[in-house]
Design a protein around this ligand. Sequence first.
Ligand SMILES: Cc1ncc(COP(=O)(O)O)c(C=O)c1O
Length: 466
Amino acid sequence: MAHNENQILSNTFVLAPEETPNIETRYRRICTPLPAFETISDLQRAASLFPDVNCYQPPIIWDSSEGFTIRDRVGNQWIDFTSTAVMTNTGHGHPAIREAVKKHIDGGGLMGQFSFASDIRIELAERLVDIAPDHCDKVYFWTVGSEAIECALRLAREAGLCQSVEKYHVLTHQADYHGWTLGAHQMSGTSASKPWLATPDSAIHHIPFPGGAAGESGNTDWSKFFHKSMSQLARKGITAEKICAVFIETMQGWGAVPLPVDYVKTLRTWADANDVLLVFDEVQTGFARTGKMFAHEHYGVKADLLCIGKGLTSTLPLAAVLGPADILDLLPPAEITTTHAAHPVSCAAALANLDVIEKEHLIAESVRKGNITEEALQNLKDKFPDVVRDVAGFGLLRGIHICDPQSGELSRELARDWTWAAVKHGVMLFQVNRPSIKVCPPLVIDDEAIVEGVEALGDALASILK
Ligand SMILES: Cc1ncc(COP(=O)(O)O)c(C=O)c1O
């Protein structure tokens, strides 16, 4: 069915048990109708307590999770393809992270320390500076990814204003997602119409995304594509000397869509020539998720600032901006304060998480398991060519782009129905609210579970196409 891209789907899943196939394998167990009868009253309580905006995921109450397995309290068990919104890179409740958190709390470290120095925060910052690109020598900690983006926006504008009073315009790409806070939201192209913004930031501009979303083919001259966007902006008076930064969602998260390498290289050359910062949003793509420590490495370019979060801890809230001192020191002491950033317990989780990434070779594992996933998804595409328009991504950040077999148009409705059918087949997915399904299991998933999970996606799709 044709739909308006800006229209929000009615997300409410029916809170009544539906017929569900019985499944019992090594990795999956579905033994009740779903949503499970025993959970209905709690789901209703949730719906009555939480705003509608929070209530859009499949109606399953997660009771426990471990590694790549999620369980409810009535005996059902799922292979996790969500990593909790692409966060649990090292798996749910990794023993090393649990142990580090416990040890820190038991050692008296439950207090937050605001901006007072803390040993564990210093240790983590040193570790991050070690793994960050060479020119990044400072770490500006935050609690969630949106704050890191907000901070990078402020820093980029401060840096631009040091050069010229007019150098404060910021570019992002259409359909990028950068978070929900005021600046980050306006840089996100997904909510195209924002009537609630009394005074939208007129110095944030969305340029066309290079690739699938722009309908371009593999033969496109990406340099020309980029310079065309610049010419269009220049016609509105936004010339390079007025631009302080380009924010790049390192791979567009909705469908795991990378940018063409030639495009990013063009962007880098242009940025260098015009003293513009390239800010890579690695909140979703960092920490081995795509087969590199940071996904911008796929493009072979320098990132002036990096925004990180999610997979930094695989558990507790922690985010940061990494960059050079001359940019991170632009704000004077106490210009911005925040209470919870770099809580010592989150730092303990992050340090243990980084150890796990290293000791379990999760960068290499992400590449290897990514190849298994890609092959399985290509098979799925061959089996359902009318529905699976494309499969995209690197490592274990993959997206299936879905179209309606009747209309041939990208379909959020079918994505939503397929998501629910998959959950009923024992594979946990989350609704992206876009015409896509994301396949992003914890990096510690078994090879066989990847193959079984993707086959189950096929069974789920067949069950709704019937
Ligand atoms: C690319 C990207 N940037 C920023 C954010 C915002 O992070 P948070 O939800 O922690 O505020 C997200 C969250 O999904 C994201 O995927």
